[in-house]
Design a protein around this ligand. Structure first.
Ligand SMILES: Cc1cc2nc3c(=O)[nH]c(=O)nc-3n(C[C@H](O)[C@H](O)[C@H](O)COP(=O)(O)O)c2cc1C
Length: 187
């Protein structure tokens, strides 16, 4: 009996260790730490971001420009407006407040923005370059006046190949139920 007991204990411990490893490898989605980061100039994308964070149990984070966009800045009919100038120079990197805590701890990062000139505003490049997100699952979402998100998906995938991109979606007028179904379908 004295000899058998340590053997039984060792086998039991091995079993426990193996079970724990198995669980770690198969991280379920409800255990994944998710971030919903968004930039919104006039509030439309912000509303969607809030719904998305709620239905996915994510941390909500606003990407804040150091200098806020005024209505004049957003006038796409004026070639010299701030947004027009930034979007004509795709290497522009509008400054942001770098106040995202624990960026490296998220398994999955949703990034939301308004479609500008058929793609993502260059402030999204600033955000990605500030935090890297190498090897992380990143998913775009956007609102727009009708344009699709496809161009942004393709451009960013090419520009930042070290990120594990998943197909993003335009969520114009999406209900909370639709947003939830989309987010769950990504798993
Ligand atoms: C500078 C600028 C450029 C835009 N370009 C497009 C575009 O190319 N296609 C489109 O469908 N909507 C375009 N829009 C409309 C926005 O994508 C749309 O209103 C969006 O929902 C605004 O989101 P927000 O309130 O979060 O900023 C543009 C808006 C601005 C201000």
């Amino acid at each position: 009996m004295n000899k058998i007991l340590p053997v039984i204990t060792a086998i039991a411990l091995m079993g426990l260790t193996l079970t724990a490893c198995g669980q770690n490898n198969k991280k379920h989605n409800h255990e994944m730490k998710t971030l919903v980061a968004y930039f919104s100039a006039t509030g439309t994308t912000e509303a969607v971001a809030k719904d998305l964070a709620e239905v996915t149990g994510a941390t909500l984070y606003e990407i804040k420009p150091e200098v806020k966009y005024t209505a004049a800045d957003l006038d796409w009919t004026v070639k010299t407006s701030r947004s027009s100038v930034e979007m004509q120079d795709r290497s522009s990197r509008p400054a942001i407040l770098k106040d995202l805590k624990d960026a490296g701890t998220y398994d999955r990062i949703f990034i939301g923005f308004p479609v500008w000139w058929y793609t993502a505003p260059t402030i999204i490049n600033t955000f990605i370059e500030a935090y890297g997100f190498q090897g992380k699952n990143v998913i775009f979402f956007a609102t727009s006046g009708g344009s699709s998100i496809d161009k942004a998906n393709a451009e960013f995938k090419e520009q930042y190949p070290e990120i594990n991109w998943k197909a993003g979606k335009t969520l114009n007028h999406a209900t909370k139920a639709e947003i939830k179904a989309w987010a769950e379908g990504l798993k």
